[in-house]
Ligand binder design. Structure first.
Ligand code: PLP
Length: 386
């Protein structure tokens, strides 16, 4: 198929939920992508933070292929070696007690929402969850309700009861707090709404607020987790200890997987029959995820921090750039020009970037090279400063 055939088939047969760029990627290697005409791109998007070690990564592919040679799926009615191994690895690395595996970020958050409600309902008759304004937690009805952005809500009423949206300040939390509050859910760095780093002092106050009332603190690390910010999970950079951490995107290195990590307080909240998933914890996805998590060593995380700092310093010097946000290789760029236009112009010049609200967003693979970063900076400079 040529690009034009792909586009016409897509337009005719695929549900029109996505405004797509006029490109189809055919292959790649590390942070380089190739389209159907053989044009090369530097990838600063990794899907949307998914291909965490880039494309065609040997180590990840070997892990996935080795599992494919054994068995591609087992029902959760039976034990699964890759799932048990990945759960153990995640618990050892984070201090979590138990993990539920899903297939996506939204599903990981569904699991967290159900866990929080059961915890609150069974202990105190509490079932309200506070999320933040400008948050993004997914597209299913519960996670859409949890998402604190009106633009996603129109046309999909009625929503679930029991969600309140707070300003990201401790006063904002108090305004939404009632005797029914069972949990507060936050993204340490809000991805979709513009790589907005929450104030660390606020997060530490929030932790105290939650702990003193036995309200669960949930960190949605679907985007900012798995080494993305130069920490295994971004909450570590704040020094807080959430009760539930959800993740997905980069975890599988490109295959669908979501995880809801339950820490000590809620390790026994789920019992038989409470929750489940046919595909959840797929052995091939888990085998890929094990290889990803094993590689997120302290040395690699330091490298991510270094690459992020280098990118930030150089971005800040570009004409028309007004601010640079984020941590590690999760970066938001504010400029005086519309982000969508910048993304389009970058694509033409061979650089793939994302946008998030009015910002240009960079989520490059963690193994992007210095040379590739310099090429990306050169193109960004050309596009943004002109
Ligand atoms: C992408 C994202 C989700 C939703 O993940 P899906 O895999 O698309 O369901 C939830 N929370 C955050 C913070 C995200 O970035």
């Amino acid at each position: 198929m040529e690009l034009q055939d792909i586009i016409s088939a897509d337009k005719e047969y695929v549900a029109s939920t996505y405004a797509r760029f006029n490109v189809a990627f055919k292959s790649g290697s590390g942070a380089k992508l190739y389209d159907f005409d053989g044009k090369e791109y530097i990838d600063c998007a990794t899907g949307i933070g998914v291909n965490i070690f880039g494309v065609n990564d040997e180590e990840w592919k070997n892990a996935v292929k080795a599992q494919l040679d054994k068995i591609q799926h087992v029902s959760n009615l039976y034990y699964s070696q890759p799932q048990a191994e990945l759960a153990k690895l995640l618990c050892q690395k984070t201090g979590a007690s138990k993990v539920f595996f899903a297939n996506s970020g939204a599903e990981a958050n569904e699991c967290a929402i159900k866990a929080a409600r059961k915890y609150g309902n069974t202990r105190y008759g509490r079932n309200e969850i506070i999320t933040l304004k400008n948050s993004f937690h997914g597209r299913t009805m519960a996670t859409l309700t949890a998402t604190g952005q009106d633009s996603f809500h129109k046309n999909f009423t009625p929503f679930l009861d029991g969600f309140k949206y707070a300003e990201p300040t401790i006063d904002g939390i108090y305004e939404c707090y009632t005797e029914k509050t069972c949990a507060v859910m936050v993204e340490v760095i809000q991805g979709e709404s513009g790589v907005n780093q929450l104030d660390k002092e606020f997060l530490r106050e929030l932790e105290k607020f939650c702990k003193s009332r036995d309200i669960l603190l949930i960190c949605d690390e679907v985007q900012c987790g798995n080494g993305r910010t130069g920490y295994l999970y971004a909450y570590e950079s704040v020094g807080i200890h959430p009760d539930i951490v959800t993740t997905a995107k980069g975890l599988g290195g490109g295959l669908p997987i979501g995880a809801c990590m339950l820490f000590d307080k809620c390790k026994d909240v789920y019992t038989f029959g409470d929750h489940g998933s046919t595909f959840g914890g797929n052995p091939v996805s888990c085998a890929g995820a094990i290889s990803i998590i094993e590689r997120l060593t302290p040395e690699l995380l330091l490298e991510v921090q270094g690459k992020g700092a280098y990118l930030k310093i150089n971005l800040e010097h570009i004409k028309n750039v007004t601010a640079v946000s984020g941590e590690g290789l999760m970066i938001g760029i504010s400029t005086t020009k519309p982000a969508k236009e910048i993304a389009k112009a970058c694509l033409e010049k061979g650089l793939v970037v994302l946008t998030a609200h009015e910002k240009v967003r960079l989520l490059p693979p963690l193994n992007i090279t210095k040379e590739e970063i310099n090429t990306a900076l050169k193109i960004l400079n050309e596009v943004i400063s002109q």
